[in-house]
Design a protein around this ligand. Structure first.
Ligand code: AHM
Ligand code: MG
Length: 330
């Protein structure tokens, strides 16, 4: 049984970068606290909205704020990151207490993805992305440290709070998965070098918005609903409304997740820096693909911190077919 700290300190890239291993341990510690709080949220009056909105005009839940503070403080108090950005913060947070400024990394996060589902006990998760700063160490971080393209990520992952809690992460040398043993308070390695199957029979999209999507997307979904030559059946539709949960299922079984641009969200809904890039890094490390319909999300040059992007992620063969549908409509 290999624990997460044992594994991460032993990983070749973290051996030469102990600060990265320490940072990932801080993220995982906050994941344990968030997991524990989610399990008792209904008893501790932690469900429901705060009545406030985040910078994108979305209602913040109490657990959104709890998860955001938890992750931010875990990083700041250990001086493992020089700054932090999140879906729940309007601006970048500078950890300029004199000590944290000497840290090498910055962290971007969606502290509680899928939180609009939390009141009905649906699986949610914490998504994180780590970059090495481009400004000099021992100076305050700037927005440029946070708006690097996705290929510059040095680590990314998510902690999924489902029927069990799991950690899935990459530092660019494959994707590793750990299951949380609640009684021991530790994540144990359960899958090493995970590979997303090259094809699958599941598609995930909010079909209620179908009439607001482009013709290419509508054609692709209609194809999924036709009899599949290899199985003799149509694809299954599975949409949890929680990216981490839909992505995780596809990581294990294969499939495709789609959040297109639409008449409601003309740039898509998902955030490039907090959702698309970290999931894109994991997907590519697992031999899958993650695109905006044209190019890998990792190759998009970000214009701003809270930028949104259309997002298609999953089995490489399914993404290829999707692109053929999208291109044929240009
Ligand atoms: P969130 O980060 O505020 O939870 O928003 C992102 C979520 C994704 O997890 C999910 O796939 C999507 O929004 C669901 O959106 P919709 O309800 O429009 O289908
Ligand atoms: Mg989210």
């Amino acid at each position: 049984m290999i624990t997460f700290p044992e594994f991460v300190y032993g990983e070749a890239c973290c051996k030469s970068k102990p600060e990265l291993a320490a940072l990932l341990n801080a993220v995982v510690l906050s994941g344990k606290v968030i997991n524990s709080e989610i399990r008792r949220a209904g008893l501790a009056d932690l469900l429901g909205d705060t009545g406030d909105q985040n910078v994108q005009g979305e209602l913040q839940t109490k657990m959104d704020l709890f998860a955001n503070d938890c992750l931010k403080n875990a990083l700041l108090n250990r001086r493992v990151a020089a700054g932090y950005a999140s879906e729940e913060e309007e601006h970048i947070v500078l950890f300029n207490d004199g000590l944290a400024e000497s840290a090498r990394y910055v962290v971007l996060a969606d502290p509680l993805d899928g939180s609009s589902n939390i009141d009905v006990n649906v699986t949610v998760g914490t998504i994180f992305s780590v970059y090495e700063r481009i400004t000099p160490i021992d100076s305050p971080v700037t927005i440029d440290d946070f708006t690097q393209h996705g290929r510059a990520q040095v680590a990314a992952g998510y902690i999924i709070y489902g029927s069990s809690a799991m950690l899935v992460y990459t530092t660019g040398k494959g994707v590793h998965a750990f299951t949380y043993d609640q009684s021991l308070g530790e994540f144990f390695l359960c899958r090493d070098k995970l590979q997303l199957p090259s094809t699958g029979t599941t598609y995930s999209i909010n079909e209620g918005n179908m009439r607001n999507y482009s013709q290419g997307i509508r054609n692709y979904v209609a194809n999924c609903q036709q009899e599949n030559i290899s199985t003799g059946k149509p694809f299954s539709s599975r949409y949890i409304g929680s990216l981490v949960a839909d992505f995780h299922r596809n990581l294990i079984h294969g499939g495709i997740y789609l959040y297109p641009e639409s008449r409601i969200y003309n740039q898509g809904k998902l955030r490039l820096m907090y959702e698309c890039n970290p999931m894109g890094f994991i997907a590519e490390q697992a031999s899958a693909r993650a695109t905006n319909g044209l190019l890998s999300v990792l190759d998009i040059d970000p214009d701003e911190l809270h930028q949104r992007s259309p997002f298609y992620v999953g089995s490489s063969e399914l993404i290829k077919k999707l692109h053929i549908n999208l291109v044929s409509m240009l």
